[in-house]
Design a protein around this ligand. Structure first.
Ligand code: SAH
Length: 219
């Protein structure tokens, strides 16, 4: 590693540690999630011009009208998803730049992620390579359908807001598993956790959030 790289690495590592402390202060309790977020270089997922803002608790534009979720939102969704009985096989809907994907990939055995915009799949693939993730499978497609041939999943994380939970996805959660997603009602979005039990589905409403909408079809 050149001294220049070391310099950047050191700075971003310190900045990441401050981000982790902020997440802790904001109520994130899952130490594994905090550890992973302290490791993953979030600045490589955003455009160079925005890299210096990568560790602030804000969502940032990632092109094509989409946004990378704020660190707190990523941490919160991951923490909630990890409440599933197991966390081996995870499906993500809305790959975007791939940051949430990489965080999930360091906590699960296999991560499958779907994105409707082809150019974002290409971007995410590059970021995953740079982050050294080898247990992620990306698919260009409409997340409404999920991946029935690979179901069931221990957890499904959806990072775009839906008016209602896509029915196909509910069927792809295993018993003891859960889905975390933003649901929109009367113009307001709330993070929602749906647990699948032996008896059926149990829905819990959590924090208010702001996500881009889930859009049908591929772009
Ligand atoms: N987790 C991502 C969030 C990106 S924003 C990140 O932090 O970078 C949400 C993403 O969902 C966008 O990239 C958008 O293109 C994608 N999306 C919206 N509707 C979709 C659909 N039906 N299927 C798959 N991806 C979808």
């Amino acid at each position: 590693m050149t001294s220049g790289n070391t310099g950047i690495g050191m700075t971003s590592q310190r900045t990441r540690m401050r981000m982790v402390e902020r997440l802790r202060a904001q109520g994130i309790r899952d130490e594994s999630v905090l550890a992973v977020m302290g490791e993953v270089p979030r600045h490589i997922f955003v455009d160079e011009a925005l890299a210096s803002r990568a560790y602030e608790d804000i969502s940032l534009p990632l092109g094509f009208g989409q946004t990378i979720s704020s660190p707190h939102t990523v941490a919160r969704m991951t923490e909630l998803a990890r409440g599933a009985t197991a966390f081996e096989k995870v499906l993500e809907i809305g790959t975007g730049c791939g940051y949430q994907t990489v965080v999930l990939s360091r906590l699960a055995r296999q991560v499958y992620s779907m994105e409707r915009i082809a150019a974002l799949i290409r971007k995410a693939r590059k970021h995953l390579r740079e982050a050294g993730s080898t247990n992620v499978h990306l698919r260009h497609g409409d997340g409404h359908a999920g991946m029935p041939e690979l179901a069931p999943f221990d957890a499904i994380v959806m990072t775009a807001a839906a008016i209602q939970v896509p029915a196909a996805l509910l069927g792809q959660i295993c018993v003891g598993g859960r889905m975390v997603l933003p649901l929109e009602k009367r113009g307001e979005q709330q993070l929602c956790v749906i647990e699948r039990t032996e008896k059926g589905y149990v829905e819990r409403r959590m924090d208010q959030v702001k996500f881009v909408p889930l859009v049908p079809g591929v772009g």
